[in-house]
Write a protein that binds this ligand. Sequence first.
Ligand code: LLP
Length: 442
Amino acid sequence: MRSANQLLKPVTTKVNNKGNLEIGGCDLIDLAQKYDTPLYVLDEATVRAICKDFREAFKDYPQTKLMYASKALCTQAVSILLESEGFGFDVVSAGEIYTLYKAGIDVKKVTFNGNNKSFEELSLALELGVGRISVDNFFELSLLVEIAKSYKKNVDILLRITPGIQCHTHEYIQTGQTDSKFGFDLTQIDEAVELILESYKNLNLKGLHAHIGSQIFETSIYPDEIEILVKEIARLNEKYSLNLTEINIGGGFGVKYTEDDTPPSVYETAQKIISKLNECIEKYGTEKLILYIEPGRSVISTACVTLYTIGSSKQVPQGRKYVAVDGGMADNPRPSMYRAAYSAEIANKPDEKPVKEVTIAGRFCESGDILIKDISLPETEEGDILCVYNTGAYNYSMASNYNRVQKPSMVLVNNSQSDMIIKRETLDDLISHDEIPDRLKI
Ligand code: LLP
């Protein structure tokens, strides 16, 4: 069965009777006029469709807990939306915990990950009652035990391990290989467990956690990971008379950024995960384990597009044509960081035939600020609205104020209604953290 992460565009995308693109029943040109550009447009129906896909895909393993990886896109409205779809959360900072907490979400449904959580962040997590801490290293174990003592709390933890699996994705977003900054090496697990059992009695070890990488298309990688994790869980249960019952396999499910991308269906990946997990449970003789998965990109990416207004163009004699837009690497750093490819259409002329290959340049002062290299588009003019697809994940969450440019706003669209969920920054927001020492004041 197909799932929404396999689509290039939000499920509600169509050309309306004015000949413009519309999403969530909202004309994209009207949205650009009303809210200005650049503008992130998030389609609620697509978010709900992919959440349903995840729930259905994993329903044959009722012990599954779906945890949205907030790092992909974390705002209060998005978090509430995902909680309403039955998701818990994987978080990696005090900021993400605080966002959920202030949105009214029960932080018991949260797992706190990260390779260098600070004293303050762990303290906040304990104070608010975060459900699980995935402990990444020996330093964190000793830090956490002290904080737990001062709060007189027992803390449920997982151990993050490095399973030694390499997936075929960009080097910067691989995490499971042995030479990684994340997690305990397989050879260090026993020492960590012994410390917990002998000295760190206020830490309750519940299970093991791993994450192999992101934008993964190979469905066979999860079974490999599961084999390693279940085998370890069974071995630790046996060796130390433990009752570890939780396996967290991380996220990483891929999405379709361009026609060339062929991510597998969530249903297909889920079947492979479930059958391997059942096989390993049988083989290693553990009880039914609670399965956590932490998808980020696949839950949110497809649901969002970014609208830009086209400004200047430059035809290099005998060379490329550059078409510049009013955003770029500060609202979407992925092309310049990972050479990520994107697809786009002109929202006010979606039915016009492509006439020319152009390169979409950002407005930031850097040659590398190219959003899309060599894309076929109809003739472009100043004032056209460019709609870049699949910008929900790791765009706003990695956005910056480079060149002192305000971060854009985001609207949530559904049933012809649009609501602002992130306000555009103002010029005053940009200087709101500046301080001028008295001796420099003019
Ligand atoms: N769980 C853990 C422990 C993770 O480290 C990550 C992502 C996820 C879950 C979610 O992975 P996802 O389902 O979104 O692939 N900025 C990069 C991606 C970095 C991913 C980091 N960890 C990008 O824009 O491609």
